[in-house]
Design a protein around this ligand. Structure first.
Ligand SMILES: [Zn+2]
Length: 576
């Protein structure tokens, strides 16, 4: 149903990752085998050198009723797309200008990097513009146009590159530039993930005045400023909305596998970095976690660790033992090197009997851009959780979003996806809203209202909400209450709290399902094949706009019918 033409630039192939993570079946096509009946929707992702013949073929495809979605470059298709080239886009912000299903519900600044500046011509409908940091309009960002029996949707900013750039950032070789308002002094002489972030202090953050902080004290410092909107998640969503819209317009029952098992709206992750390795504090926190009925991820720091009985208690509670790589302290085994990562991983394996599959770096230490992911891949660490804040002004969606993501190694001659999943971290410890300023015991503390906001945003986009609570701080005033409130709100919102390992196991299992959509006459058949049985698989089928009232679930504003199945071997579903 959906054909994908991947462009020639390294980041163009991130379209594959966006579709695969979204659970949408597609097949890669060439202009030659593109067909308005078999692959009625075609996503042309990025820059592709097209011959005159290939351009004519795309023109024919649309004339005959196909839908072409082109992203990031014009590729000489000015006439077909109905646009005029106006230069390269370095960066900008997508600004939605007219209500349309594409873009509906998106709330973030939609910061984009790369793509082209374009102007719509003639009969094209402009849905969004792209503006610069001073709100000057640079060009049109999203354009929809009818051509013959078909339609074209053109998205001028390069969504694939933008998502990669926001997630992966720039190489960390020196301190980053601190926020001008003093909320994020990331120039602290410690190389860490924040130093590589690319978002904008002004346009990409939001302010939050809350409760007693706002009214009781009236101090400007109590207005919290943080990355409150998942920009990369929304750029992914924008691409999916274009596909859903194209499918709906043609009456196609587009299928997809929802992100989470049993139709869960989103997933939560609480991790504990065991800094100090104090057993009594760990027991206290473990008891709290058990009372809350959740399982959590314990990132254990070298050296020392916990007594064997405590590791057993953590595992018996269904929690995960992971590594908390220390490349901060500076002893011979705690500096930034692959060797030390291996030594610490092996130390944990010997001490706890666990070959850790998840890791978070102490103090969110980081160097370079992708090298740490490569080390993890080599060692068999499948989930990496270090991308996150160490200051309150970088709390939230600093690396774009809540969706776990696969790094793209675009630095090698042969770009490839690394076999590691990054799960972004939202925050360090939190305290209850009534905690006084003197109770803020480190520079990244935020009140739990901020956490609740992030939780609701995560549910809105269907991702993973990831918060740290350190055993070392659990007896401080307001921290236990903050943890409890967060967990309870998550349950109220229908989320499930899982360990990093559970999350990664699920995502890998889901990703291993082979999906094919076949065209049989005027009907469609969706075939799914799993090597191992999968429980609680959530199948979705796009509904026409006029059937929205009977939708089981809305995905980025579009109505879907939902069924939850156990997949054993093969399943064929008639989509109608
Ligand atoms: Zn730590």
């Amino acid at each position: 149903m959906l054909g994908l033409i991947v462009g020639e630039r390294a980041t163009d192939r991130y379209a594959v990752e966006i579709l695969a993570h979204a659970g949408i079946p597609f097949r890669t096509v060439t202009t030659k085998n593109l067909h308005p009946e078999r692959t009625p929707i075609c996503l042309l992702a990025g820059q592709k050198s097209l011959t005159t013949e290939e351009r004519s073929r795309l023109q024919w495809f649309v004339q005959q009723g196909g839908s072409l979605i082109a992203v990031g470059t014009i590729n000489g298709l000015d006439e077909l797309l109905g646009v005029q080239f106006g230069g390269e886009l370095e960066q900008g912000w997508i600004h939605l200008t007219s209500p349309h299903p594409i873009g509906s519900g998106l709330q973030s600044s939609l910061h984009v990097f790369g793509g082209v500046i374009a102007r719509a011509k003639g009969d094209s409908q402009v849905i969004a513009e792209v503006v610069d940091s001073n709100d000057n309009v640079l060009g049109d960002a999203v354009i929809v146009r009818q051509v013959g029996q078909g339609q074209v949707i053109f998205i001028a900013p390069d969504l694939m590159r933008s998502v990669v750039h926001i997630q992966q950032g720039i190489a960390v070789t020196k301190d980053g530039t601190p926020a001008p308002d003093g909320s994020a002094p990331i120039d602290d002489g410690i190389l860490k993930t924040e130093d590589g972030h690319v978002l904008d202090w002004q346009r990409d953050r939001m302010g939050w005045g809350q409760g007693t902080w706002d009214t009781g004290h009236g101090d400007e410092a109590r207005k919290w400023v943080f990355f409150g909107q998942p920009i990369a998640d929304e750029l992914r969503a924008l691409l999916l909305q274009a596909i859903f819209f194209a499918a709906q317009k043609k009456g196609l029952p587009l299928p997809m596998i929802w992100f989470w098992q049993e139709g869960l709206p989103a997933v939560g992750l609480i991790s504990h970095d065991t800094d100090g390795n104090e057993p009594e504090l760990a027991k206290d926190l473990l008891q709290t976690v058990q009372q809350l009925g959740i399982t959590t991820t314990w990132c254990v720091i070298y050296p020392g660790g916990y007594p064997p009985s405590l590791y057993r208690a953590i595992l018996d509670a269904g929690c995960e033992i992971a590594l908390h790589f220390d490349a901060f302290t500076g002893t011979p085994f705690t500096t930034w090197s692959k060797r030390n990562l291996r030594i610490q991983w092996q130390w944990l394996k010997d001490a706890a009997g666990v070959a850790a599959v998840s890791n978070k770096n102490h103090y969110t230490r980081w160097e370079g851009r992708l090298e740490f992911f490569r080390w993890c891949e080599e060692l068999g660490i499948r989930a990496e959780q270090s991308k996150g804040p160490s200051k309150h002004g970088t709390v939230g969606f600093l690396f774009g979003g809540s969706h776990p993501w696969r790094p793209l190694d675009d630095e090698s001659n042969r770009p490839r996806f690394l076999n590691v999943t990054a799960i972004n971290l939202f925050s360090q410890d939190m305290v209850s809203d009534d905690t006084l300023p003197e109770g803020l015991f480190h520079p990244a503390i935020v009140p739990v209202s901020v956490g609740k906001w992030l939780l609701r945003q995560t549910v809105r986009v269907g991702g993973v909400a990831h918060f740290i609570f350190h055993p070392a701080h659990i007896r401080r005033q307001g921290t236990k209450a903050a943890l409890e409130r967060l967990v309870i709100l998550g349950h109220e919102l229908g989320m499930r709290w899982q360990t990093s390992q559970q999350i990664i196991d699920w995502l890998e299992q889901r990703r291993s399902i082979r999906q094919v959509v076949e065209n049989i006459g005027d009907r469609w058949r969706w075939r799914l094949k799993a090597a191992k049985p999968v429980e609680g698989l959530t199948l979705l089928r796009l509904l026409p706009a006029e059937k929205a009232h009977s939708a089981d679930r809305f995905v980025y504003g579009f109505p879907f019918a939902q069924s939850i199945v156990a997949l054993e071997g093969e399943l064929a579903s008639e989509l109608g």
